[in-house]
Ligand binder design. Sequence first.
Ligand code: MOS
Length: 745
Amino acid sequence: MPENAARIRHGSSIGQPLTRRDGLLKVTGGATYAADNHPEGLLHAVTAVSTIARGRVTHLDVAAARAHPGVVDVMTPENAPKLAMHPDKKDTPFTFRLDLLQDSAVRYANQPIAVVIADTLEAATEGVALLAPRYNVEAARVGLDAEKPIVPPSVGVGEPPDASKGDVEAGLGEAETRIATTYETASQYHNAMEPHAIVAEWKDGGLSIDMPTQGLSIAQGRLAGLFGIDPKKIHIRSPFLGGGFGSKGTPAGPQVLGVMAAKLVDRPVKLVLRREQMFGPVGHRAQTRQSFRLGTKGDGTLTALEHCTLTASSTFDDFFEPSGGVSHTLYASPNISATHRAVRLDIGTPMFMRAPGEASGSAALESAIDEMAEACGMDPLEFRLKNYAEKEPLSGKPFSSKALRECYRQGAEAFGWSARKPEPRSMRDQDGLLVGWGVGTATFPALMMQAQASAELRADGSASMLIGAHDMGQGAWTALAQIAADSLGLDLDAVEFRMGSSDLPNAGIAGGSAHTATAGDAIHKAGSAIIAQLSELATQDERSPLFGAGNAGTIARDGWLLRRDDERRGESFSDILKRAGRERIEGQGNAGSDKAAREAYAMHAHGAVFAEAKVDPDLGQVRVTRLVGAFAAGRIINPRLVRSQYYGGMIWGLSFALHEHTVMDKRSGRPMNASLAEYHVPVNADVPSVEAILVEEHDPHVNALGIKGVGEISITGTAGAIANAVFHATGIRVRELPITLDRLM
Ligand code: MOS
C-alpha cells in the first residue's frame, strides 16, 4: 500500500453484538433451504439403502418398483449414468470416495444401493419398499477389536500419524509419580437439523443446483470432475444451511446421486435424506481408544506425556481422526509422544466433525490430566497452571498470542472454583445429591485458508461486497457483512452484501473454524483496496480538502474520507468519485496471512471450561447443573454470535460426555439407534445454565484483523470438564464416554 493509504478505523460495525441479519427470514420461514426449491417439472428421488454392512446386492425387484403408479425410473448400477471419473479416485485431500452405484458391492450399512425417481415423494418411497433387495452377506467387521491395527498413511488433513520429542521412556523413568490410563470415545454421527439434500437440474449442458454446502467451489470442482463438465457451468446456490458441522464440506454421495438421477430422467430432481440415512454415507466422528502414560516430578511437573490413539476408518477411504494433536500443544513436557493407529471396518468413512481431533482428543487428554493431578494430590487447575505451556511443547514455537492463563483465571472466578473441596464425594447439595466440579482446557488451531472477495463502490455512494461464503448457522451473513461495512468505511445497511452462491468469488470452505478469519480477510482486503484508491484520488487532488494528507493518511468512516490528523476535514466518497469523473471503483481481496509469521509462531485459540455435575447416589443419574467457559480467540467480530457459538460447542461437549453414541450391532454391522429418538443429544431440559466469557486477546500475527475463529474451540475441553466433575462427585472414573448411568452403578 502507498504511504498515504487509508487506515480503516475498526469498531464501528466490528465488535457490535448485532442480531442475525437473516434471523427474521429464518423465524418467519422466509429463508429458502435447498429442499424448499421446486423448479418446474420437479421429480422426487428416494434412495434405497443397504441393510447389510458387507457383501453384494444380488437382486432388486426393479420391475415391481417401476410398475408402481407415479414411479418414473429406478436407478441401479445397471442403468446409472456413466461418470467421467470413478468416484473411488482421489484428486485432492478433500475428495472423499463415494458410493455412486458403480457396482453391486456393499461396503457399509445404509449405503445407497438404488434410487427411485417418481412424481411424488410417496410414490418414490413406496417404489423403494418394492425393491426388496437380496444380498450375498459377508460377516461385518465393526468395533475397534474387529481387525488388526495399521499405521494410517496420515491423520486429519495430511498430518503424519506419529509425532514426538525427547524420550518418553526416559521421562517416565525419572518420574516420581506415573499413571497409565485408557479412554474410549464413541462414534458420533452428523445430525444437522437439515439433512443432506439437493435439487438438481441439467440445463444447457450445465447444472443448476440448490444444496447445502460448506464449500461451494469444492462442490463445483468435485461435480465437474465426476460429470466431466466445466466447473463454470455448474451453478450452486447455498444461501442457508441448517447446520453442517463438517459433513457438508464436500458433496456427499447421496447428493451426487441426485445429480445422476436428474441426468437419467432429464428432469429436475429433489433428493433429501431421511434421518436414518444420515447414519452411513455422510461421514461421522470416528470412535477412538486413547491410551496415556504420564509421569511427574514431586512438584507435579510433567516429565513425560504419551498419547496413543486407536481409531477406525472405512475399508475403502482414508480419514483418520487426529486425536493426538492436543498433546502436541496443550501441556509443557520435555518428552512427548503422540501416535495414531487404526482399524479398517465395514463402516461409512468417518469425516471432519466439529473440532475433528481436538474434541475426542481433549475429552480423553483432559480426563487423563485430571487423573494425573489426582495422583499428585494437586488441585486440577493448579496442576494445569504448573504445566502451562509458554511455548508450543512439540514444536518449541512461541504462541502468536495465548491468553489461556487469563481464561483459567476469569473462568475459575466466575465459577467459584476456590470453594472446591479436593476430596471426591465430599460435596453434596441440600437434596443429598453428590456434587462434583471439574475443569478442562480448550484448544483449537487458528487456521487460514483461501478466499477471494470483490467489492465495488459507486458514484452515488452505494457499495457492494461479493463473496461465495457460507452460513451454516454460525452467523456469516452478519459477521462478514460487519467486516465488509468497516472495510469500506460504510454503515452496515449501506453495503449490499452477497454470499452463498458459486457464481460469486471463491471463498474456499467454511471449516476449521477459519471462515470468518479467511473470508473476512478477503473482504477486508477488497474493501481496503477501494479505500486506498479513493484516498489516492483525493490526496493527490488540490481541490480536495484531503490534498496532501500525506503520511498521516486518511480514515474512512460513514461514507466519508477524513484526514487522520484532523478528522474535521474530509470529503464524501461520492464527491471524490464525481470530481474524478469515476462511475465506480472496484477492489479485489485475496485472503492470506504473513507466511513468515505462520512459520515462526504456533497459532491457537484457547479456553477453560468449568463444569458442575450432580449425581444421584442411588440411581447414578447425572445432571450437569452449571457450565462456565472462558475463551480467548483473538478479535471478536460479533460478541453475540460468538457467545452463541460458545454455547453450542459447550452443549455439544455435554452431549459428548453424557449422551451421544452410535450403538453398532456387531452381528449385522448396522447402527441400532439411527434416529433422534434413540441417538440422544441434549434437549433443553438437559442443558443447565451455560455461561460464556469472552476473554480479550490481541493477536498481531494470525491475520490482518487478528481473528482466530470460534466455531470449534468450545466443544473441546468441555467433555473432559464434565467427566472430571462426575469423578469428583462420585469418586468413580468412567473411562468410556458417554458416561451413562449404568457405568456409575
Ligand atoms: Mo468443521 S468439522 O471444519 O465444519
